[in-house]
Design a binder for this molecule. Structure first.
Ligand code: ADP
Ligand code: ASP
Ligand code: MG
Length: 601
């Protein structure tokens, strides 16, 4: 007999008929000889309706009362589904998060799960009942026993956390699409279903805007090796499997907070090429990386931060043995960029062999603003200057001076409790994986930039430490190559993106900070969109970046920022270009199929 956790999302329990259909499916799964825990979301759009009610009363409702309000949505569905099951003759009992014993941090509206006391669950399962659990909610640790919620979309996380705590055989996420598709079918109807995707890829996609799974659910599945599948509650099709390598054994206590960083990676076999003061217009990145791809040179990090006046700097790293070629191509292309009428100053190529890349990685850093800050602070305490920063949702990479590399590895391993640093390795699954598995769009971000930050150890640590103290989660951090000497002091620009709701708070933090450090202007733009491509195979396929940039250039879409990790490339573009950008990129990588996906309204 298998123990299965099933989760049904809002649309799947949106009406009485749908609830009855879910009950039928649940009862059938039990009849097939399984023991079942079912997690449900609030009916249809009822969470949005509750948010609307709160906003009609207060523009800034307190987070505790919001949790009190929003947690009621799920309570409606668990009772109704239990009744529907009982009506079918299937014994069932509904339970709130608190009744189950889903214990979380006392952090309203974004609580992380600390542990789940499975005793009461097991007792009911043993009595032959289906336990219907309210998703998205928990109860705080300590004496207060406050109702908490996990953050929007958090029922997926409840389900996978339950599966981990119960050592379930699998976790099935039922939703309103056939599974995980190459992109959001509501935006691109030609999106295709994938049979499987790695947890690493899905983590990036989920964090970059693919709302089909809550990123923290993927994180838990990956950390505990839970077999996870996403499938339609409308059909019996097999859906998409999210695959994870066999994880190291982990304790279930401190479930979502135990270890944020799994590894420290160093790569000393890298060199940096930077093109300075190139024109800020569509097509520049495409022609540069197109020329490089034609030489079959594989690039690693690419970083383009905010433009200044009408020029940009783009920097990238390559393996040392490919440096000569990369430099030659860049030198060859620079004159054509110089002749652009928009260029106010001469474009220039700069090469640096004396660099190393150091990265911390781990799924647990998602939504935990303090982790990147701690890395920067650790490096600063070691007197190590950061030349460039590029982040993905599960990795923070810094380019530093090669001579600092060993010390950086040592202090970071110590700070994050890692035994020893490793070299980045290309796994067999990466070289056989498709270069691009899926694309995602995030329209819900704001970009902030702080110009002319003094180029000395500790600046990034200070900025991101202050943001972390205010609980502002930073998505993409870019510290560019651009180095300006102002009053004899070298300075660099640091840019980052945050959720739009946090934009104002982040701005205030920077404005406060600007009073104490000498820096330039603070720029905020919330009319942006982030378009990303994700695929574990991209590292082994030169030309992926060029194809991405080219697709945008053909549509005259200007790239405002670029940031990469081994398995993803993200570009910030104007918000008005977002959907068009998603469509053309999806098409450029041949992800579209003939059939269109029907998505229930
Ligand atoms: P649920 O209520 O079942 O949790 P969600 O609305 O949270 O459903 O997630 C399902 C939705 O995610 C789909 O209707 C689809 O519009 C959206 N989506 C975004 N990106 C993707 C993707 N790559 N694959 C599938 N669905 C996606
Ligand atoms: N009902 C919650 C929401 O709408 C949680 C969820 O659906 O996962 O965000
Ligand atoms: Mg959801």
């Amino acid at each position: 007999m298998a123990l299965v956790v099933q989760k049904y999302g809002g649309t799947s329990v949106g009406t009485v008929e749908r609830i009855k259909a879910v009950a039928e499916r649940v009862a059938k799964t039990v009849q097939q000889g399984n023991s079942l825990v079912v997690v449900v979301s609030a009916m249809g759009k009822s969470t949005d309706t509750l948010v609307g009610l709160a906003q009609a009363i207060s523009t800034k409702p307190c987070r505790r009362e919001m949790d009190m309000l929003l947690s009621t949505g799920e309570q409606v569905s668990i009772a109704l589904l239990s009744m529907a099951l009982q009506e079918l003759g299937q014994p069932a009992i509904s339970m709130t998060g608190a009744q189950v014993g889903i214990v979380t941090e006392a952090e309203h509206s974004r609580a992380r799960i600390l542990e789940i006391n499975t005793e009461r669950l097991r007792k009911n399962l043993a009595a032959g009942k289906v336990v219907v659990v309210a998703g998205f909610q928990g109860v705080s640790n300590g004496e207060e026993l406050e109702i908490t919620t996990l953050g929007r979309g958090g029922s997926d996380t409840s389900a996978v956390a339950l599966a981990a705590s119960l050592h379930a055989d699998r976790c099935e996420i039922y939703t309103d699409v056939p599974g995980i598709l190459t992109t959001d079918p509501r935006l691109v109807p030609e999106a295709q279903l994938m049979a499987e995707i790695t947890a690493d890829e899905m983590l990036e996609l989920a964090s970059l805007g693919a709302s089909v799974l809550h990123p923290r659910a993927v994180e838990i599945a990956r950390n505990f090796g839970i077999p996870l599948v996403v499938l339609s509650s409308w059909s019996d099709a097999p859906g998409t499997r999210v695959t994870s390598p066999t994880p190291r054994p982990r304790s279930l206590s401190g479930l979502e907070i135990a270890k944020a960083v799994d590894g420290v990676e160093i790569d000393t076999n890298q060199a940096k090429v930077a093109l300075l003061r190139i024109p800020d217009r569509p097509g520049v990145a495409a022609s540069l990386f197109g020329s490089i791809a034609r030489e079959a040179v594989d690039i690693d990090l690419i970083i383009q931060s905010v433009h200044e006046f009408n020029t940009n700097d783009i920097a990238f790293t390559v393996a040392e043995d490919a440096l000569k070629q990369a430099e030659a191509v860049s030198e060859a292309i620079a004159p054509s960029l110089r002749s652009q009428p928009t260029a106010t100053e001469e474009a220039e190529v700069m090469v640096d062999r004396q660099i190393a890349k150091i990265a911390i990685s781990g799924a647990g850093m998602i939504g935990r603003p303090g982790i990147a800050a701690k890395m920067f602070q650790t490096l600063a305490d070691g007197g190590i200057n950061i030349q460039m920063i590029s982040t993905s949702e599960v990795k923070v990479s810094c380019v530093i001076d090669k001579k600092d590399c060993d010390r950086a590895a040592q202090v970071l391993c110590q700070a994050f409790d890692i035994d020893s640093s490793t070299l980045p390795s290309l796994s067999a699954s990466q070289s056989s994986a498709p270069p691009v598995r899926g694309v995602a769009l995030d329209k819900n971000q704001a970009r902030l930039a702080i110009l002319h930050v003094p180029d000395r150890p500790g600046m990034a640590a200070q900025i991101f430490g202050l943001l972390a103290a205010k609980n502002v989660s930073v998505d993409t951090i870019i510290q560019s190559q651009r180095c300006r000497v102002i009053n004899d002091l070298p300075t660099r620009d640091i840019a980052f993106t945050v959720a739009q709701g946090d934009g104002e708070m982040a701005r205030n933090v920077l404005v406060e900070l600007a009073k104490t450090i000498k820096c330039g202007e603070i720029i905020v733009d919330d009319a942006i969109a982030k378009v990303s491509i994700v695929g574990a195979g991209m590292i082994a396929h030169p030309g992926v970046a060029a194809k991405f940039f080219n697709a945008l250039a053909r549509e005259k879409i200007n790239i405002q920022m670029i940031t990469t990790s081994e398995i993803k490339i993200s570009c910030v573009v104007a918000q008005s270009d977002g959907i068009k950008a998603l469509k053309v990129v999806h098409q450029a990588f041949d992800l579209a199929g003939q059939d269109t996906v029907h998505v229930p309204a």
